[in-house]
Write a protein that binds this ligand. Structure first.
Ligand SMILES: [Zn+2]
Length: 459
């Protein structure tokens, strides 16, 4: 029998965490990005794709089955079952008539669930019950897990976008539209006079289980303000701020993800993986992680080595990483050999931001040994990136061969290396991308560095 290698990772996130350094996406917080109006949001695309289809729908894109409120699902029989490892597998089949490009869009949309929920859409092999995804007529899904073995979901060309696919998958997982929530009248005004007569039914309020979440105007399950308008005026308006945009096409919000995890009682803080590859993220990623959590992620593979790569790493710093940290063990007990001891702080990401500050891990306390962090800063093509160090104190070595910061301008093979503490490095790129690498060797450390960066127009 093959040896099983177990690699376990513990993330301890204590209440002393002030706010967990919310990770930034693009130029603003993720919530801001979701509020950017797009010419066509998810639901508009779906409705356009559905115009003229005769299938009986409720709320525009939910196919009618034996009606029941999936979000209030007695005994859980309209939810997909959870397996012993805590994951919820939803088998699916993709129609052969889809192009490779379409299949990619659908699979990419499914991938987002992997990082942040316990839902795993898996390609069907022998499973009797599965989602049969095909380009039948428009974009629609049944609500929750139905009793029929082959459960259809229709996705045609009009909804081949990540957010639209995720919208229909949310229905299949058991979610109504956000503005159908039982508490919606506190948050939105439905302007009935502006709604096309034939579609008034689509604005019905349902007896939903709101899973102790706040109403989410940016949910991928929210109608846009002008859904089913017959007058050209809005049909749905946020009560407190009528100018606020509702609905979006980018993808799941933090609240959408929270709802999936609550409906399926996902314990995404204690996960076990046996797949050959996979990924996971801290709770609520990319927004702040929850306070006071202690998570174990176990990776079990037969007769193999396990490589773990962090795409993003941003934990609150503290002396000796005593409050928030990640630790990696060679096996799944706390007595097992430690592969990576308590690590905290900020150690790398790749993204476009207009400006920001970056510090070495655990700054302003001594950085850990054996670190390799990489921040890739992106700008638009007509921009460059300016980097200004505010503090800099690294171990000195001949030719900076011990601890160093290495800054690469675009994809050039040459890079500038900095170490010691004699001066504060200044760097201005010529390209629209800069890579900043931080390396520490296995001994002696200092307080590290802090630098600010900003995108500026090329002159
Ligand atoms: Zn829908």
């Amino acid at each position: 029998m093959g040896r099983t290698l177990v690699l376990a990772m513990v993330a301890v996130l204590l209440p002393s965490l002030s706010q967990g350094n919310p990770l930034q996406v693009g130029d603003g917080s993720i919530a801001d990005i979701f509020q950017v109006p797009e010419s066509k949001d998810i639901f508009t695309r779906i409705l356009e794709a559905n115009s003229g289809i005769l299938k009986k729908m409720i709320q525009g894109d939910i196919a009618v089955s034996n009606t029941r409120s999936a979000m209030k699902c007695e005994g859980g029989e309209c939810l997909w079952p959870k397996s012993n490892n805590g994951l919820v597998y939803v088998p699916y089949n993709l129609s052969d008539t889809y192009s490779d490009g379409d299949k990619n869009v659908i699979r990419e949309a499914m991938k987002d669930f992997v990082d942040q929920t316990c839902i795993r859409f898996i390609e069907r092999t022998t499973e009797k019950k599965y989602l049969n995804i095909m380009p039948e007529n428009g974009c629609w899904s049944y609500l929750g897990r139905t009793t029929t073995l082959v459960q259809p979901v229709s996705l045609t060309a009009g909804c081949m976008a990540k957010g639209s696919v995720q919208h229909e998958l949310f229905h299949a997982l058991g979610f109504y539209h956000e503005q159908s929530r039982s508490d919606r009248d506190k948050y939105v005004t439905i302007l009935w006079d502006n709604i096309e007569e034939a579609y008034k039914y689509a604005f019905s309020k349902e007896d939903t289980n709101n899973l102790d979440t706040t109403y989410d105007y940016s949910s991928i399950m929210h109608y846009p303000s002008f859904a089913f308008t017959k007058t050209g005026n809005p049909t749905i308006l946020p009560i407190l701020n009528p100018k606020r945009y509702t609905g979006q096409r980018v993808g799941m919000t933090a609240t959408d993800i929270k709802k999936v995890n609550r409906l399926y009682q996902c314990d995404i803080c204690n996960m076990e993986f046996s797949e050959m590859s996979g990924s996971f993220a801290s709770t609520n990623h990319p927004t702040s992680y929850s306070k006071n959590t202690h998570c174990w992620y176990r990776i079990r593979v037969p007769d193999s080595m396990v490589t773990v790569t962090f795409d993003e790493f941003n934990l609150q710093s503290s002396p000796g990483c005593s409050s928030n940290y990640i630790r990696v063990y060679n096996e799944d007990t706390v007595n097992a050999p430690i592969l990576l001891d308590k690590t905290c702080g900020n150690c790398g990401f790749k993204r476009m931001m207009s400006e920001g500050n970056i510090t070495s891990p655990n700054y302003p306390f001594n950085y850990p040994n054996n670190m390799d962090c990489m921040w890739t800063l992106l700008a638009y093509e007509d921009e460059i990136i300016q980097i200004t160090f505010i503090s800099f104190d690294l171990q000195t070595g001949d030719q900076c061969d011990r601890d160093y910061v290495l800054i690469r301008d675009g994809d050039k093979s040459t890079a500038k290396k900095f170490c010691g503490n004699a001066s504060l490095p200044v760097f201005s790129s010529t390209a629209s991308q800069v890579g900043v690498q931080f390396h520490s060797d296995r001994e002696i450390s200092s307080t590290g560095f802090k630098f600010s960066f900003k995108r500026v127009r090329k002159i």
